[in-house]
Design a protein around this ligand. Structure first.
Ligand SMILES: Nc1ncnc2c1ncn2[C@@H]1O[C@H](COP(=O)(O)OP(=O)(O)OP(=O)(O)O)[C@@H](O)[C@H]1O
Length: 774
């Protein structure tokens, strides 16, 4: 009798269980096209509710338990057993329902059962629409897979391609954004996906919304056709189905909330307020002040609005603690804010664009406020999905302009129920005068206000749904004043679109365009030497630089406008604003409108705000919002809450830059070096790629042989003889050679020779924040 090492024995027993409990493998079982609601095959693993009941390895179980994942959510218990058996999955479930584990567990298990090592090349790819989400998936992967010997990395745009190129060649699992992944597939020597076992497309609807359709189709061209593909989405609209048709083979459709009464979680309380544009800033500030102890996310339409609200609100005292997150920030900054907001338990408002709308898992968010109407119902659903995640409660507030009220009908038609609420007039704080004085004192913030104004108007003009978004209905002058501006800013492009272009505007536009072009060229030069960046990133960076350079130059100008603003500021101070008022309590701010959601308050109601006797008890409606113990993100191995590695590094980097001490810096960088241990010398990469090729050829042969064997077995319909070793699991790939030695990653730590080395190292460490940890 042959002695099987424990791992081999475990793998064989898992394979047997999968075969017996989860149905047969892809191709043999579901030849017909799966349809929503189709009953999946039954078996013990398919009916269990606990992770422990699944045919998965002890290592994965320990990783799950260390992260406090014991009971499966619906999408997990629906999708994991089918995915374990090698089937393609088209998964649809509400936001916050646990889709991440629904694909990570099968991916980890698939690699484990194949005894995959970095010598086998790229085994699995997870595509995510945004950097934040990619980073977060990577974090969950490293937590749940902590006991496995899998090398995993996270590649997203905005970092040096060359540095990533060394590392990606040795990764077994990559979490990536679509553009960056394709760039590597096209340009990185030694990086190919020809041996890939599994492809995951997460947040497919968002990937398509971002215009990555073409990119995804190109990515698919690089992948072998016999891979397993898992596609997950919160909504399965027609373009997701189209992508599904291109990417999936006879998929099982797992749609757990397809027939649910509501498309949003039952634990989410949703309200809307009709707020005229000129009252929006006041209402938002009053709302945040009265909810200052809550953890809130505020969505607005554009980066420039985020910048303005963040800079202006943090000057207004007493006001809420604020943070900002938008696409114009550098990757490192975005990651840091992402971490900091995640770690804050309460009393903070994060202003952001839709960058944070999908997939991102911030723990214990109390309120999601949509200060600007989202472009579609799907966007609305994704935004509110940042609260009430998993089993926790949450609340959301949507501000609608009177002209945007038809959006409520669209929500109701899409099975999203919202209730009309008014802000209590007496609790509304007017901050217009205070803003005017802030703007008078800071030309930077004044410029931000002007840009926020222009970008908002532009965003409304660009919205597709003209039934909801009507740029002509916007009271522009009053809106400008509400931002603290004395005059309505000039808007070359906007007036041009409306036939109101002036010579002056045209000149200014040409000047700005050439400045933008100059900056783009400058950035392009900086990034030469074989480090092409996606065009979009270049342009964003150029625009950001332009914005900053314009802010700088604005500091020098103190003209008529500014003098006028200062006069207004002086007057406003004299007028004794209610700056020292106590913040009203949360429940005192909101009033239920005594109509059903469909009617909502009229414009005049919203402005006059009639006293309503029935005060909504929002505070009592929701149960505890703090989802303590439910988030893997900051849970240490023994269940203690710890700061993430990234956050610690980022904090230290910040501290170091504030107090530059070379000694400290050296030891810090050395530690970073050890923690992020690099193993990407070019010699090693070369030999690795040679080895990989050899492994891949071997695997191809084995796969062909195994396919023939399995087909024979299937044809004969025979069960395995108990004496013989059991045949490999139903899987799209072949079993590894039994004698294959286990390879461990070695982590050479090179010496730090000089300060130059340190700086180089620091650069590397920064570039690796958010990924590439082996
Ligand atoms: N089985 C589980 N037990 C406990 N908590 C879980 C479980 N599965 C997921 N969670 C938690 O639920 C939250 C939401 O999970 P996840 O981010 O995977 O949802 P999602 O469906 O991908 O959401 P979105 O569509 O917004 O991306 C996370 O905080 C996660 O840690």
């Amino acid at each position: 009798m042959t002695f099987l090492p424990a791992k081999e024995a475990e793998i064989r027993s898992l394979e047997a269980r999968i075969r017996a409990e989860c149905g047969s493998r892809i191709g043999a079982a579901s030849k017909g096209k799966a349809t929503p609601g189709q009953a999946p095959p039954t078996g013990p693993a398919l009916t269990g509710r606990l992770f422990r009941e699944l045919p998965i390895s002890e290592r994965t179980l320990r990783g799950l338990e260390a992260s406090k994942f014991v009971k499966m959510t619906e999408i997990q218990s629906g999708a994991i057993p089918l995915a374990l058996s090698g089937r393609d999955i088209l998964g649809e479930a509400r936001t916050g329902s646990g889709k991440t584990l629904a694909f990570l567990v099968p991916v980890i298990e698939c690699l484990y059962r194949q005894n995959w090592s970095k010598m086998d090349g790229l085994g699995a790819v997870i595509v995510s629409p945004t950097r934040e989400l990619a980073y977060q998936i990577f974090q969950v992967l490293t937590n749940v897979g902590q006991e496995h010997e899998i090398s995993a990395g996270c590649i997203v745009g905005g970092r040096s391609l060359a540095e990533e190129q060394h590392a990606v060649a040795s990764m077994s699992v990559l979490v990536a954004t679509p553009g960056r992944l394709l760039q590597h597939l096209d340009e990185s020597p030694g990086f190919d996906a020809s041996a890939l076992l599994a492809l995951v497309i997460d947040e497919a609807d968002r990937i398509l919304d971002f215009g990555f359709q073409e990119t995804m189709h190109n990515i698919l061209q690089h992948m072998p056709t016999n891979r397993q593909t898992l596609l997950f989405s919160a909504t399965l609209h027609s373009s997701v189905h189209r992508l599904g048709r291109a990417a999936l083979r006879s998929p099982e459709v797992v749609s757990v909330h397809h027939n649910a009464k509501s498309r949003t979680p039952e634990t989410l309380k949703q309200i809307f307020m009709v707020v005229p544009l000129e009252k929006k800033v006041d209402t938002l500030f009053s709302f945040l002040r009265s909810h200052s102890q809550k953890k809130t996310i505020v969505f607005v339409s554009t980066c420039k609005q985020v910048r303005f609200f963040y800079e202006a609100f943090r000057k207004l005292k007493p006001g809420p603690a604020v943070m900002e997150l938008h696409g114009r920030q550098s990757l490192t900054k975005r990651m840091m804010i992402f971490q900091q907001f995640t770690e804050r338990e309460r009393a903070v408002a994060l202003f952001c664009t839709d960058i944070a709308a999908r997939g991102v898992d911030f723990p214990a968010v109390d309120w999601v406020v949509q200060a600007d109407c989202p472009d579609t119902v799907d966007s609305y659903i994704h935004r509110v999905g940042r609260t009430a995640r998993y089993e926790s409660a949450g609340k959301s507030a949507l501000f609608l302009l009177p002209s945007e009220k038809p959006f409520v009908d669209k929500l109701l038609q899409a099975r999203v129920s919202v209730r009309a609420i008014n802000a209590k007039q007496s609790k509304l704080v007017s901050i217009q005068q205070k803003l005017a004085s802030v703007l008078a004192e800071s030309s930077d913030i004044r410029h931000l206000a002007q840009r926020a104004f222009a970008s908002y108007i532009r965003s409304v003009r660009l919205m597709k749904d003209k039934e909801i978004f009507d740029v002509q209905a916007l009271s522009k002058t009053a809106f400008a004043e509400s931002l603290g501006l004395a005059d309505m800013p000039e808007m070359g492009a906007e007036w041009e679109a409306q036939g109101e272009d002036t010579e002056h505007n045209k000149l200014k536009k040409r000047k700005n365009q050439s400045a933008l072009q100059r900056l783009k060229d400058k950035i392009r030069e900086k990034k030469q030497a074989g480090k092409p960046e996606p065009k979009q990133v270049e342009e964003e960076e150029a625009e950001e630089e332009l914005e900053l350079s314009q802010q700088d130059s604005s500091k020098r100008k103190v003209g008529k406008w500014e003098r006028r603003q200062r006069r207004i500021a002086a007057a406003s101070k004299a007028a004794q604003q209610p700056a020292k008022q106590e913040a009203p309590a949360e429940e005192e701010f909101l009033q239920l409108v005594e109509q059903d959601g469909r009617d909502g308050p009229t414009e005049s109601q919203a402005e006059v705000l009639p006293p309503s006797k029935k005060r909504i008890k929002l505070r009592k409606d929701g149960s505890a919002v703090h989802a303590s113990g439910q988030h893997t993100f900051f849970t240490g191995k023994h269940g203690t809450r710890v700061s993430s590695e990234l956050a610690q590094l980022a904090d230290e980097l910040q501290e170091r830059s504030a107090v530059p001490d070379e000694g400290d810096r050296a030891s810090f960088l050395k530690r970073v070096q050890q923690e992020l241990a690099t193993r990407d010398s070019s010699d090693a990469a070369l030999s690795r790629s040679r080895l990989q090729k050899r492994h891949q050829t071997m695997r191809r042969k084995e796969r062909a042989a195994k396919g023939a064997q399995e087909d024979d077995a299937d044809d004969a319909g025979s069960s395995e003889s108990p004496q013989r070793p059991q045949s490999p699991p139903p899987s799209p790939v072949a079993e590894k050679a039994e004698t294959k030695p286990k390879k461990k990653a070695s982590l050479p730590v090179s010496k730090i020779a000089s300060l130059d080395d340190l700086q180089d190292l620091e650069k590397k460490a920064l570039s690796r924040l958010g990924g590439l940890f082996a």
